[in-house]
Design a protein around this ligand. Structure first.
Ligand code: AHM
Ligand code: MG
Length: 325
């Protein structure tokens, strides 16, 4: 029988400092607990709406609130964490400690899928904390390139944790005993693909470069791309990105004209940045259209951003369309 390295042993061999490993282990342990709550569904009475809205005016599911509390409590109890920020919390929360790390997270991404039993996930990002003062919002507004770790857990047919710390991207599968075992070392995203992910129902609102790109894909062998494309859209970013990690593809949530003043739907600090670091470390690319997402200077915590990420050559095709205007 194959034996797998567990997360604790894998972390022990990583060159990162002990405090950072502690943060990652804390998130991983909490994700294993979240997996059990998500899996229990109606049995624990945790499905359905919470009857509240978050800071972005989105309806919260009960599980958004439960999982946010689980991760917040765990991180506040972790000695290496100086502050945290969440999709579900209006403001950053300092823990009372100075130094160490800041963690931003989306505790349950894709939560519109919970009640229909489709994959959801947790996304997290770790940044260095200021060494000499308790963190305020401004201290979180660092370039994505400053991230020292990032990852996601996907609660699907298998529960997996996909992580990057000092080097590449590694995937761990949760076993029945609650251990994360290294099943997918050195994940690499194929440079070429014939599969795109976008919410096609927004087609009439897209900007011309997005329309041109998708039109080209839809024309298949008879069009400018000279090959047939497949389409997938789970409406859980974690599930769509995980598919791209496993078999390549491109994911797009571009700006569109439904709400022209909003740059996009997805949030920079706890969705786009951690996913972009993972994708780049796995050999893929990630852009808002022209600039790499990891090079965007954040100006506010809940900032939204257009997202195009995945197979490197395909992202460059889309970037070239964007540059053409
Ligand atoms: P959430 O964080 O409130 O769940 O929203 C983010 C999700 C992403 O996981 C997914 O890619 C996107 O929203 C789907 O949006 P849409 O329903 O517009 O297709
Ligand atoms: Mg989300």
């Amino acid at each position: 029988m194959t034996t797998f390295v567990d997360l604790a042993a894998w972390l022990a061999a990583e060159p990162a400092d002990a405090a950072l490993k502690d943060v990652v282990q804390t998130v991983a342990t909490t994700c294993a607990q979240i997996s059990r709550v998500v899996a229990s569904g109606a049995l624990s009475g945790s499905l359905g709406a919470a009857g509240s809205t978050n800071v972005q005016d989105e309806e919260q599911k009960k599980l958004d609130v439960i999982t946010n509390d689980m991760l917040s409590d765990a991180l506040k109890g972790c000695a290496a964490v100086a502050g945290l920020a969440s999709e579900e919390l209006e403001q950053v929360e300092p823990t009372g400690r100075v130094g160490g790390y800041l963690v931003t997270f989306d505790p349950l991404d894709g939560s519109s899928n919970i009640d229909v039993n489709v994959s959801v996930g947790t996304i997290f990002s770790v940044l260095p904390a200021p060494a000499d003062h308790a963190p305020a919002e401004a201290d979180f507004l660092q370039l994505g390139r400053n991230q020292v770790a990032a990852g996601y857990a996907v609660y699907g047919p298998q529960t997996m944790l996909v992580l990057t710390l000092s080097g590449g991207v590694n995937g761990f599968t949760l076993n029945a005993d609650g251990q994360w075992l290294l099943t997918h070392p050195a994940i690499a995203i194929k440079a070429d693909t014939a599969e795109f992910a976008i919410n096609m129902s927004n087609q009439r609102h897209w900007a011309p470069p997005v329309r041109r790109y998708i039109d080209g894909c839809l024309q298949g062998k008879d069009g400018p791309r000279g090959k047939n494309f497949n389409m997938r859209w789970v409406a859980s970013m974690v599930a769509d990105v995980h598919r791209i990690m496993m078999r390549g593809g491109v994911f797009m949530y571009p700006w569109d004209a439904r709400e022209p003043d909003k740059p996009g739907k997805l949030r920079l600090m706890y969705e786009a940045n951690p996913m972009s670091l993972l994708v780049e470390r796995a050999g893929g690319k990630s852009t808002e259209a022209v600039i790499d997402i990891l090079d965007i200077q954040p100006t506010k915590l809940h900032q939204r951003v257009p997202v195009v990420l995945g197979s490197a050559n395909e992202v460059e095709v889309i970037r070239a369309e964007a540059k053409a205007g």
